[in-house]
Design a binder for this molecule. Structure first.
Ligand SMILES: [Mg+2]
Length: 154
């Protein structure tokens, strides 16, 4: 029998880190402490921590998948040093015009993570800075949504 786990799905840009549009420069990472606290709290309650991030900068040609992965690895390392373990990262490389199934508020990244990691979506939580993207995704899947507003957010 597979035991399903709960997860905190969390947006990256504008939520965990300051949003610098289409940047893959790890030297510019600025981490928000309220996001760190949120991830620590959920992790302490047994939730997996899964980053769910739209990265259309890839298919717009601003950076490569490899550059994105290096950036994410640096971020994961910083978070680890702050006491937060990231269980997985899912990213969507597509532009809106590609009409994919993964770009938030579409649900493909979360459903893929749920399959890969045996996650109980309905009892999981989505946190993000965008009501339309992150909140929209949560609503489509019947997940609770936590709005994380920062000065830099729209
Ligand atoms: Mg965001």
């Amino acid at each position: 029998m597979v035991v399903l786990k709960k997860a905190l799905f969390i947006d990256r840009d504008g939520t965990i880190i300051k949003d610098i549009p289409y940047s893959a420069d790890a030297g510019r990472i600025e981490i928000y402490h309220d996001a760190v606290d949120l991830m620590k709290r959920y992790s302490g309650e047994g939730y997996l921590i899964v980053i769910i991030t739209n990265q259309s900068g890839i298919n717009r040609g601003y950076f490569t998948v490899q550059e994105l992965k290096i950036f994410n690895d640096v971020l994961i390392h910083y978070l680890q040093n702050m006491g937060v373990h990231i269980d997985a990262v899912y990213f969507c490389p597509h532009t809106p015009e590609e009409n994919c199934r993964c770009r938030k508020p579409e649900t493909g990244m979360v459903t893929a993570a749920a399959t890969d990691l045996n996650i109980d979506i309905k009892n999981s939580v989505m946190a993000g800075d965008r009501e339309d993207m992150d909140g929209g995704l949560a609503e489509r899947l019947g997940m609770r949504f936590i709005l994380m507003k920062h000065e830099q957010s729209e």
